[in-house]
Design a protein around this ligand. Structure first.
Ligand code: ADP
Length: 212
């Protein structure tokens, strides 16, 4: 099972990817999470990526491609994976195509007005990386799962979000056509609850299996 989530920042790609990874017992591979780990550990790669991320720009393709090649070669990824936030450019998509083939690409179709509110309300656990909406935490500043401190990502401010959206439209949105041409794009409306969206994704996967 090799799946990928496409969609603008704040569409809920990560949220859905975590649910599917758990359900299918394959790793959730998020290049954003991997980059934040590198920054936290103070590696050379993290230092290089930090400024791009904080400005809402994409980290250069060669950095991302090197990182993802290593990750998908690891033993736990041999049965499949759920990609989240990669590929984000045509170059990345072409490189991935040379390495492996995806079964489906889920494009979460969100509107700009849904995104900005969702990202500014986002809180992330410093320890386990879980993501929450501030409005659902009842004022708590610690993670309901592991009690780690919650923080606001450095790139989750309104100005950077606008920049990320414009980068998305220019560099990543064209991948919708790219994967449509390959016959594997599945559009998922950003409507209803997190569970509703998961159910839509699962029914698309069921229908694919019926025809396989
Ligand atoms: P979101 O989906 O909310 O934008 P991510 O965690 O996926 O957040 O990404 C955060 C930032 O990390 C991006 O704005 C970008 O700077 C960098 N990044 C993540 N994945 C990639 C990628 N595949 N290519 C280039 N930059 C990336």
């Amino acid at each position: 099972m090799k799946l990928m989530f496409l969609g603008p920042p704040g569409a809920g790609k990560g949220t859905q990817a975590v649910v599917l990874a758990e359900r299918f017992g394959v790793p959730h591979i998020s290049t954003g999470d991997m980059l934040r780990e590198q920054i936290k550990s103070g590696t050379a790669l993290g230092q290089k990526a930090k400024a791009f991320i904080e400005e809402g720009q994409l980290v250069p393709d060669d950095v991302i491609i090197g990182m993802i090649k290593q990750r998908i070669a690891e033993p736990d990824a041999q049965r499949g994976f759920i990609l989240d936030g990669f590929p984000r450019t045509r170059k990345q998509a072409e490189t991935l195509e040379g390495l492996t083939s995806l079964d489906a690409v889920f494009n979460i179709d969100s509107r700009d007005d849904q995104i900005v509110g969702r990202i500014t309300g986002r809180r992330v656990c410093q320890e386990c990386g879980a993501v929450y909406q501030a409005s659902r935490l009842g004022g708590s500043t610690t993670c309901p799962k592991c009690e780690g401190a919650l923080y606001v990502r450095a790139d989750d401010n309104e100005e950077t979000i606008r920049e990320r959206l414009s980068v998305y439209k220019k560099s990543t949105q064209p991948l919708i056509a790219y994967y449509t041409e390959r016959g594997i794009l599945k559009n998922i409306a950003d409507e209803g609850s997190i569970d509703d969206i998961t159910q839509n994704i699962l029914s698309v996967l069921d229908a694919m299996n019926d025809y396989a």
